[in-house]
Design a protein around this ligand. Sequence first.
Ligand code: NAD
Ligand code: TYD
Length: 352
Amino acid sequence: MNKTILITGGAGFIGSHVVRHFVLKYPQYKIVNLDALTYAGNLENLVDIDNSSNYTFVKADICDEAAIREVFATYRPDGVIHLAAESHVDRSITDPNAFVNTNVIGTVNLLNASKELWKDNHEGKRFHHISTDEVFGALGDTGFFTEETSYDPHSPYSASKAASDHFVRAYHDTYGLPVVITNCSNNYGPNHFPEKLIPLCILNIINNRPLPIYGDGKYTRDWLFVIDHARAIDTVYHEGLNGQSYNVGGFNEWKNIDLVRELCRQMDDKLGRDPGTSAKLIQFVKDRPGHDLRYAIDATKIKEELGWEPSVTFEQGLEKTIEWFLANQEWLAKVASGDYQRYYQERYVTGL
Ligand code: NAD
Ligand code: TYD
C-alpha cells in the first residue's frame, strides 16, 4: 500500500460513503476510519467493506488531543479527509457548545497533528476539510453562492463550520499546510440519519406519522446525492489546488414543501397507497429560529477546473434513496431508537 489516508467521521452518513468509495476504488491506499461513534455514527453503515484488507477502524474523539496525537503517530497518514462533525442545525440551537468543541477545537487538533507530522516535508500530503454551503448564510430569491461569497453564518452549526474553515485556511497561509476545502450543499441518500428532513419524512410516511414542515415550507435547499459528494471529494482530494476551496452542488433547488410533496407522491406509489395518502400527513409547525431562506451553490469552478459533475439526476437519486430505505427498515428502526427516540419525543411530539 503506497499511501495512508485518515478519514474522520467515516461511520456517519457522508463519511461512510466516502470510506466505501476510497476503500473500493483505491486498493493501494490504506484507509483509516477515525470516528467517536456518537449518536450519528454507526459501523453498520460499513458492514459490506469492513473486512477489506486496506481498511481499519479506530474509535477516537477528535476533541481528545492526546488520542489524536497517538493515532497520527501510529498510522502516520499522508492525507486527512475530515468529515467528523456535529452536523444538525436544530441540535446546534439547543447545544451550541458541542458544536464548538467538535467542529472547531476538534478540527484544530487535527490541523496541529498534521502540521507536526508533516513538518519536514509536504510532498504528497493533503488535509481536505469537508464543509458546507451554510457558511455563506442565506440567499434571497435569486443568486448563487460562489467560492468568493463572503461568509455570513447564522446558526451555531454554520458558525462553527465557518470558524473551522477559517482555521484550515489560516494553517495554509501561516504554516503552509497543504489544504483544500469543499463546501457542499445538502446531501441526501442511503444511511441518512432520520433527524434530517428527507429521511425523517420517509420514516414518518412509513409509520403514518405527521410530516413536520417548519414555517411556511418555502425555505429552499439545493440537494445533491451523497455518492456524487463522495466522488467530488475524491476529485478535489486528488486534483484540487492547495489553499483553494471548491463549491459542490447539483444545481437542484427545491422548496421544502414541494420536496416533501414529491416524496409523498413517490412513497404512495412505492407503498401501493392511494395517491394523496401520505401528503395528508403534512403539518406546518413552528419555524426554526434564524432559519436561512435559501441555499444555492454555483458549482462552475469544480466542473470547469476539475471536471466533476453529478452522475445522477435528482429523480434517479431520490428513487434510489427511497428504495434503499424501504429495503433497510431494520437499519432505520435501529438508528431510530435510543437517543433518537428521546430527541424526537422532545422536539416533535411534545412540540407539535
Ligand atoms: P453525520 O452527523 O451523519 O456524521 C458525523 C460523524 O462524525 C458521525 O459518524 C459521528 O460519530 C462522527 N463524530 C462526531 N463527533 C465526533 C468527534 N468528536 N470525534 C470523532 N468523530 C465524531 O454528518 P454528515 O451529514 O455525514 O456530515 C459529514 C460532514 O459533512 C460534516 O463535516 C458536515 O458539516 C459536512 N456536510 C454535511 C452536509 C449534509 O447535507 N449532511 C452537507 C455539506 C457538508
Ligand atoms: P435539514 O435536513 O435539517 O438540513 P439543513 O438545516 O442543514 O438545511 O433541513 C432541511 C430543510 O428542511 C431546512 O430548511 C429545515 C427544514 N426542516 C423542516 O421543515 N422540518 C423538519 O422536521 C426538519 C428536520 C427540517
